[in-house]
Structure formats: C-alpha cells, structure tokens
Design a protein around this ligand. Structure first.
Ligand SMILES: Cc1ncc(COP(=O)(O)O)c(C=O)c1O
Length: 404
C-alpha cells in the first residue's frame, strides 16, 4: 500500500505546526530525479543545492533506492549492542580512504563533530595525565561546526551562538589561513586544532595547502590532534574523496556526514589508529548510528562514486566550470567579485547580499543556497554533467544580465 501524503495545504500546515526556525523559501518540493526537482505545481528546477551538499548521487539514484529498498526488507534496525553485516564494511571503506584507524557512526554532521570534540578531551587527558587540565580546542573564525552545544561553542558566529550562552568553555579562535594567529593561541591546555578544510557556511573558503601543512607541524610540535571537519566538503565534493587529500596533509581525526548517506541521515568520524583507542566501551554511543539502513545507503553512495568514476569527473568538470564562472566576474563586475572553491563546491562571491539573486535564480529554474560573505554556493550533485553545469552558468548569466 502506498503511504498517504497530503499535498494540498503544505504551506498552511507549516504555518500552523512547524517551528519557525528557518527563513524558508515559498517553495514546496515534491519530487526529484537526477539533478532535477519538481515543485507542487509541476515546475522543474535544476537543483544545485543538493540538500546542502547531501545528495551526492542526485535525487533517487536507482542504485541508492534499490539498496535502501532491499535493506528495508531484510533488516531495518538493530542496536549497536549487536553487530550488523554492513557497519564493519562501511568502516573498512572509510578507513581505506582516510588511512589506518577506526570509525564511529553517528547520524549527522553535528554528532560527528561532537565525537571529535570528545576525542579531543580524551586526548587531553592522555597528554596531561589528568581530567580538566588540557581540553582547549582552537578553531577558525567564521567556521560552522553544527548546532549542538559543542558545535555552537566551536562556531564563533553571533547568529549561531546568540541566545544559547553560556556555551562550553575551552574554545579559542584564529583567523583562517593565518598560521601565526593559531600558533599564538597554543598553550599547555590545548588538546586539538579543529578546522573545516573548506569553510562552507562561512562562504566557500578553502584552507590553503600551506596553512594545512603549518597546522600539521604545529600539532606535531605540541602533541595536538589535527581534526578536520569534512562534513560539507568531504565525500568527493571537491574532486578528492576528502578535501584535505588535495594538500597531502595527514589528519588525526575527520568528521563527515552529508554526502556520505546521499540523503539518508548518517554521520561518522574517523580517528587515526594511534588515537582510536581513546574511546573505550561505554565512553560514547548512538542508538541509530551505524544502523543497517544508513550503512546500506552510504555503501551505495561509495560504490556508485567508484563505479562511475564520479570523483575524477568532479575534479575535471569542476575545473572547467570554475573557469567559465570566472568569466562572470569580468562580464558583471558590478555583481560578482570572485569565484572560490574547487570541484562541485564553488562560491560566487557577490558585491551585495544574496537574497534577491536567489529569488531571481529560482524564477529562472535554478536552486542554490547562500552562504556567509555574500556568497552564492554552487553545490550540484556529483552526478552533474558538463551540460548541467553549462545550463546553470547560463541561468546565472541571464539573471546577472537582467540585473545589470
Ligand atoms: C562543515 C559543517 N559541519 C557541521 C555541520 C552540521 O551538520 P548537521 O546539520 O548534519 O548536523 C554542517 C552543516 O551544514 C557543516 O557544513
């Protein structure tokens, strides 16, 4: 039997019953396929939001759909007090990408990062020999690490922290890509450095290779964990499995989510072998994390990325696309300042605030999210072809021309 979905009064239901925590677009999406989504009037849009970097395989990829369908009919959920056949395999695949170590499965990016912050605390105890002595984590200004208390505490943005203080103590903030500003914050209480390899919400701002290498050396010198938030930029989005792989730097721990499940909620963190034993039985847990359905979805994503060679395509197509988008900077300097990022995680930095552009793009059939620093984020599904990318560029050009 098909589930009943009421489609007629969605806006009224949201108005009456849904928390008003999102400034939501007046758009109800009811169907997706590949790179397209359709609204409740049947209008098609090119979806360069991808559920904010989630739908790696686009919408309703047949391999992903079948993996979930089959798993739902076989074993839908078991507790982590037992093994299931998929969690170990998913962990193995992530270790293959990240390096020797171990993986903990959670349900979201914030939870993955929360695990990293707990790892930092445990490392601090190992380092200092005492609880509460070494627990400081140095993060970057304008980063975004999630909405839990740990995530908010690591996120120095008024719009995220306002209303929720007092937050956790022990966070300090340096300037992204300014190594000296991080180095001067390190003291005996410092346990870890935690940065997004590419800031997403902050406006598609990548760490430079020199900065990442500098952080690595700083961490080695002071016995700190280098923890990378790859929740948005990981799982192929920048044209490498993890964005930091571009630099060749080695991480001590990595947070991931979003693209990993391709639309099924799953998060995970990896810790290098040397640190993975910091978690002992009873020290961390999750009811849903690593359940068979989420793992089946994630394995379908990883299999498809590999089988279709999608990450190499993202790297190659993304480079060509970035060069095309850069022409918009010269064509429309009154609107566009710069193009940032790599692969399918690009930012169009505008001269003014994004909302009027978002609305105009929607009118022309292109959905994109905004980010900090007056940036339009361009996050197509990793299955997007050069034709999809060209269509999006043309829509952008049309909108910019109309606004000229
Ligand atoms: C870099 C980064 N870290 C953490 C998060 C939080 O992830 P979630 O919303 O799944 O909790 C996000 C979400 O946008 C993110 O972009």
């Amino acid at each position: 039997m098909q589930p009943t979905i009421v489609r007629t009064n969605t806006a009224e239901l949201y108005d009456a019953y849904v928390m008003k925590n999102y400034p939501r677009a007046a758009l109800t999406l009811t169907r997706g396929a590949g790179v397209s989504v359709w609204d409740d009037t049947g209008r098609e849009y090119l979806d360069f939001t991808s559920g904010i970097a989630v739908c790696a395989l686009g919408h309703c990829h047949p391999v992903w759909v079948e993996a979930i369908r089959q798993q739902a009919g076989q074993l839908n959920h078991v507790s982590n007090v037992f093994r299931n056949p998929l969690q170990g395999e998913l962990a193995r695949r992530l270790v293959q990408q990240a390096g020797p170590g171990r993986v903990f499965m959670a349900n979201s990016g914030a939870e993955a990062n929360e695990g990293l912050l707990k790892l930092a605390r445990l490392h601090g105890i190992r380092k200092s020999g005492e609880e509460g002595k070494c627990y400081k984590v140095i993060c970057a200004k304008m980063a975004f690490h999630g909405r839990t208390f740990g995530g908010m505490s690591a996120t120095l943005q008024e719009k995220i922290q306002k209303g929720f203080r007092p937050l956790l103590s022990g966070f300090a903030f340096g300037e992204l890509n300014d190594l000296a500003s991080f180095a001067e914050l390190v003291d005996d209480q410092t346990a870890a450095i935690f940065v997004e390899t590419v800031q997403g919400e902050g406006g598609i701002k990548p760490c430079t290779d020199e900065f990442l290498w500098g952080l690595r050396q700083l961490c080695d010198r002071h016995n700190l964990l280098l923890m990378l938030d790859e929740v948005q930029c990981g799982i192929g989005r920048t044209g490498d499995f993890f964005a930091f792989q571009h630099s060749g730097v080695r991480a001590d721990a990595i947070g991931m989510a979003k693209g990993l499940g391709g639309g099924f909620p799953i998060g995970a963190f990896w810790a290098a072998e040397k640190h993975a034993d910091l978690f002992t039985p009873g020290s961390h847990g999750s009811t849903f994390g690593g359940g068979p359905l989420g793992c089946a979805a994630a394995l379908a994503v990883l299999d498809t990325l590999e089988r279709e060679g999608l990450i190499a395509k993202v790297r190659a197509n993304g480079a060509v696309w970035k060069a095309q988008l850069e022409k918009l900077v010269t064509e429309f300097p009154q609107h566009v300042k710069a193009v940032t990022g790599r692969g399918y995680m690009l930012g169009l930095v505008l001269q003014s605030e994004p909302p009027p552009y978002l609305a105009a793009l929607r009118e022309e059939g292109l959905l994109v999210p905004a980010a900090g620093g007056n940036t339009l984020r361009l996050l197509p599904p990793l299955i997007a072809t050069p034709e999809h990318l060209n269509r999006a560029t043309e829509i952008l050009r049309t909108v910019l021309r109309k606004k000229a």
